[in-house]
Design a protein around this ligand. Structure first.
Ligand code: GAP
Length: 474
């Protein structure tokens, strides 16, 4: 017997198994804000550390950076976020609800199927990508096609579509009664461009090289949702990889492979649930030579997980214009100066977390009874080792074993309940190793290790235990 996994199953499990809780819950919550519980925080940290290990630690051409959340507002003027980082929103006057016009139009086009092509001649648009249509055109089609309000299914009484900037504004007090507006960064990427000259000068790296950054980003999304897929506060893991103009498409292809390999080999995401989608020419931003999305088959359908964009020299040139600083690179081998091109692989940590959770979610039936597991790969598992004393009189000894193991691994100590129940609790989140201790084997200097995947048990000398587990976590 099998049942299709739905988002609500993952949301429920996340809450009951200490992964993710609704934010500010005792005050009735704050829409679409989520807190990461004890296992969730560990899992998120693991994913982040594996990403840093793969893309910074293991490479000679990458460096890590941690720039500020609040930047000089001119950064966002130069990057185009003040002018362009907005969504087209439209209100239904009947219900006073607000929606993204382009998304409602995308749904309409999907619903119309082959007949959607008629919209092009009927409304004088030259593609079926509503995001690229003018606001007037989006409004005209919304009204002309009597697009329904998705919440009640009735044709909406639509206002004009308007642009709303997605950046959160806040103020810095300059004097007691005057302040200046600053923005909460909507992406981590710009911090890397702004620090490019510093990194280049202090690291003395030769191109190609890249800079990676992990940090919070904020967007005033009008339609957040699908649990942690789209939220207003989230973490990004971004890389700006600087290369010679002309080599960019080759480097772009390398990064596509590297990102996919990280998903399948390191995080062990099922390859069938991943696909790469190259953007069509008319979908590309004006500054991009190529963009590929890695998509994951979430329970609600395929969704963008990781964007890999060839951003040419757009950002560095934009910051050169605005800051009047020279951000070009001098190539000593060919004795020439140029503004590097940039390949940008950008992924949301929270979205990757959701991917790992959805991929690990497994229901197994024992007769009529369904048991749910989160089958994490050992490297990803939030808890690596559980220490389970068999009887009360050896609790103190078991705590010594915990102390020894926790030097190297995130462990859990559990002395409550029958050994069977404790195994079952650890199995639910796929703890790869359970270490049980009883007085007899401990007197002989041994413990028993049970492997989650095979359920086999092995006696291991306590002095070799950390090495034994380390070997098996590689
Ligand atoms: N610097 C490029 C950039 O920010 P993006 O496509 O807007 O590009 C990159 O975002 C990635 O960040 C997305 O692929 C997604 O994984 C994540 N992301 C974007 N907006 C998000 C949101 N509101 N909530 C969660 N993750 C988000």
């Amino acid at each position: 017997m099998s049942k299709k996994v739905e988002m609500k199953d993952i949301v429920n499990l996340s809450q009951t198994r200490w992964f993710v809780y609704p934010g500010s819950e005792i005050y009735g919550g704050l829409a679409n804000s989520w807190d990461y519980g004890p296992y969730g925080s560990l899992l998120k940290e693991n994913i982040k550390n594996l990403w840093i290990k793969e893309f910074v630690q293991k490479r000679t051409d990458m460096m890590l950076l941690d720039s500020s959340i609040l930047l000089n507002p001119k950064v966002w003027v130069a990057s185009g976020h003040v002018g362009w980082f907005s969504d087209p929103l439209i209100d239904d006057k009947n219900t006073k609800e607000r929606f993204r016009a382009d998304k409602l139009l995308e749904d309409l086009i999907e619903k119309l199927g082959d007949t959607a092509k008629n919209l092009e001649s009927k409304y004088g648009v030259n593609n079926l990508i509503p995001e690229s249509w003018s606001l007037e055109k989006q409004t005209e089609v919304m009204r002309g096609e009597k697009v329904a309000n998705p919440n009640n299914g009735e044709p909406g009484d639509w206002t004009d579509a308007k642009k709303f900037n997605l950046m959160f504004k806040t103020s810095i007090w300059v004097t007691e009664d005057s302040s200046s507006t600053v923005y909460m960064r909507p992406e981590t990427a710009q911090g890397i461009f702004v620090d490019f000259a510093n990194v280049l000068r202090t690291s003395r790296r030769k191109i190609p090289f890249g800079v990676a950054q992990v940090g919070k980003a904020f967007r005033n999304e009008i339609t957040p949702g699908n649990f942690i897929f789209r939220t207003r506060e989230f973490e990004q893991m971004e890389i700006e990889y600087f290369c010679e103009p002309g080599k960019d498409l080759e480097v772009h292809a390398e990064w596509k492979n590297a990102c996919k390999k990280f998903l399948t080999d390191t995080l062990q995401i099922n390859e069938e649930n991943i696909r790469l989608r190259d953007h069509d020419q008319d979908e590309l931003s004006h500054y991009s030579n190529a963009t590929t999305d890695i998509e994951y088959k979430f329970p609600f359908g395929w969704g963008e997980l990781w964007g890999i964009a060839d951003r040419t020299d757009f950002d560095l040139k934009a910051h050169m214009n605005e800051s009047k600083q020279d951000l070009s690179y001098f190539d000593p081998v060919n004795n020439r100066k140029f503004v590097p091109y940039v390949i940008e692989p950008s992924v949301g940590l929270n979205r990757l977390f959701l991917t790992v959770m959805a991929d690990a979610y497994t229901v197994e039936w024992e007769g009529e009874e369904a048991r749910t597991y989160l089958k994490f790969a050992p490297k990803v598992a939030p808890i690596k080792v559980a220490v389970l004393p068999v009887v009360k009189k050896i609790w103190d000894l078991a705590k010594q074993v915990y102390a020894q193991l926790s030097e190297d691994f995130v462990c859990e100590y559990d002395e409550v309940g029958t050994i069977g129940k404790r195994y079952a609790r650890m199995d639910e989140i796929w703890v790869p190793f359970c270490v049980t201790i009883d007085s007899t084997n401990f007197e002989e200097g041994n413990v028993t290790v049970r492997f989650r995947d095979s359920m086999e048990q092995e006696t291991v000398a306590l002095k070799d235990l950390n090495e034994f587990i380390k070997e098996r976590l590689k």
